[in-house]
Design a protein around this ligand. Structure first.
Ligand code: MLT
Length: 214
């Protein structure tokens, strides 16, 4: 898939793609793919929902039978929480290094499935890493996260009413967890399964248009 790389990527810890902003004042997006995806996957969605914004898109460093992920799981929906913690810190450190290398403001994460779950873990463990988040089909990534504050952090959670992977109760628990830390959470359940629909993209675009300014 083609993307615009105007310079060699600096030697950062994650394989990634970076597209510089073409519009001033647009918050950068951090694009986090789902299981089996890679750093190219969400670039078209990023361009669509935040035209002109800088896009930073890392590839998850865990391989599950050759499928990239952002942390290990023991079974579907059962996470290796020690690995979640370690990988969330690694990703937060990468974000800091990439911000310095590319001159970026704190990004708004747009994560799908496993990417949404690592974005949720980032917000629970390193709340300063993100300016906001769009969590597409997210679930609770850590059963007992440490205390933290997310004062006013805007979060859009989009769940699927027919999602066979994310129980409705689990998604609701994540929304409550983030709200309790002060995040401004908008949680919507769409008539969808685990896969994304055009309604996800429209809602994400509208949300970014409202909050994605620097
Ligand atoms: C996860 O493992 O993060 C979730 O089960 C979503 C998935 O990647 O299938």
């Amino acid at each position: 898939m083609a993307s615009t790389l105007t310079r060699d990527p600096p030697a950062l810890a994650f394989t990634h793609r970076f597209e510089p902003a073409t519009k001033a004042g647009a918050a950068p997006l951090l694009l986090l793919h789902g299981t089996g995806g890679d750093e190219a996957d969400l670039l078209p969605i990023g361009r669509m929902i935040a035209p002109g914004a800088a896009l930073l898109s890392p590839r998850g460093q865990v391989s599950e039978g050759g499928m990239p992920r952002f942390f290990r799981r023991l079974a579907e929906g059962v996470f290796d929480e020690q690995d979640v913690v370690r990988r969330a810190h690694d990703l937060a450190d990468f974000i800091g290094a990439a911000r310095a290398a590319y001159g970026l403001a704190a990004p708004v994460a747009v994560g799908f499935s496993n990417g949404a779950n690592i974005a949720a873990a980032l917000m629970l463990l390193r709340p300063e890493a993100l300016a906001g988040a769009v969590l597409l089909r997210a679930m609770v990534p850590l059963s007992d996260p440490p205390a933290g504050e997310l004062p006013g952090t805007p979060v859009l959670m989009l769940s699927g009413a027919m999602d066979p992977i994310v129980p409705a109760e689990n998604a609701a628990r994540l929304a409550t967890l983030l709200s309790a830390r002060g995040a401004q959470v908008e949680h919507r359940t769409l008539p969808a399964s685990h896969g994304l629909t055009s309604a996800d993209l429209t809602a994400a675009r509208d949300f970014i248009a409202r909050i994605g300014k620097v």
